[in-house]
Design a protein around this ligand. Structure first.
Ligand SMILES: [Zn+2]
Length: 262
């Protein structure tokens, strides 16, 4: 079960390559007319196709010092950040779950969350093509996962979707405007399916707390008052990742909290 540290390096490389693919998904998925596979990677500024050595995850960005080799246009640091993040997540699931089906499934979840975070930041949407198959996959995965039982997964996806639907509905009835997007509801159902219903309280608490703090800071700096919109999806996704890797510590803190109350 304990993974040999020798496996961390290949896991990092594989994660970086998959991160490079996620960059393409993040860029092209929200554009309905474009394909994920064609055309091959090119500079978004001068359209020059990338040569193989300009397309190496993380390294190419560093070697080219963040500029296109042809037109010198600045390359967004988002590319190496996504590659590095995905590589680290691959190492993290391996360290947490060993070489196992659970590690593979949780890496799929992490890759979906990374993609959702950036698409939500850029477009304020969470694509159904990721969240809906993800909910089903999370439930099917629970039958082979050592992290969650299928019962906990099923309750998780129903409670995750249902809880947010009720919040959203009551907000709509009171304020006559949409507070939570339908995308956030499906994302919480996705997290509930993969992580179990026990994760939902933590995810809702931490994401709304951190989201409120960031929202207040954004409101003060933009001076637009209550109309500032920041996407909530990234906070949900990040809280889910924290739960995935720190569940024992979170449970311990929760026990401590209950103990202090009694
Ligand atoms: Zn260029």
């Amino acid at each position: 079960m304990e993974p040999d540290p020798l496996f961390f390096f290949p896991a990092f490389l594989l994660g970086a390559v998959i991160g490079s693919f996620l960059n393409v998904v993040i860029l092209r998925l929200p554009e309905p007319e474009t394909s994920i596979a064609f055309p091959p990677s090119h500079c978004p500024h001068c359209q020059t196709p990338l040569r193989w050595f300009e397309n190496i995850p993380i390294l190419s960005y560093l070697v080219l010092r963040g500029k296109c080799g042809h037109c010198q246009a600045t390359i967004s640091p988002q590319y190496p950040v996504v590659e590095l993040l995905t590589a680290l997540l691959a190492v993290a699931v391996l360290a947490a779950f060993g070489i196992s089906v659970t590690a593979v499934g949780m890496f799929v979840l992490c890759a979906a969350l990374v993609t959702i975070i950036w698409i939500d930041i850029h477009h304020q949407i969470i694509p159904d093509v990721i969240s809906l198959p993800g909910i089903l996959l999370g439930f099917l995965f629970s039958f082979v996962s050592t992290f969650v039982s299928w019962q906990d997964s099923l309750i998780g996806l129903l409670a995750g979707g249902g809880f947010f639907y009720l919040i959203s509905l009551s907000y709509y009835l009171i304020r006559k405007q949409e507070g939570l997007g339908g995308g956030d509801i499906k994302l919480l159902a996705l997290l509930g399916a993969f992580l179990g219903w026990q994760s939902l309280l933590f995810i809702i608490f931490i994401s709304s707390l951190s989201g409120s703090i960031v929202g207040l800071i954004a409101m003060r700096s933009q001076k637009k008052g209550g109309s500032t919109r920041i996407p909530y999806g990234p906070f949900l996704a990040l809280s889910g990742m924290v739960y995935l890797f720190f569940r024992p510590q979170i449970n311990e803190l929760f026990q401590l909290y209950l103990h202090l109350l009694s």
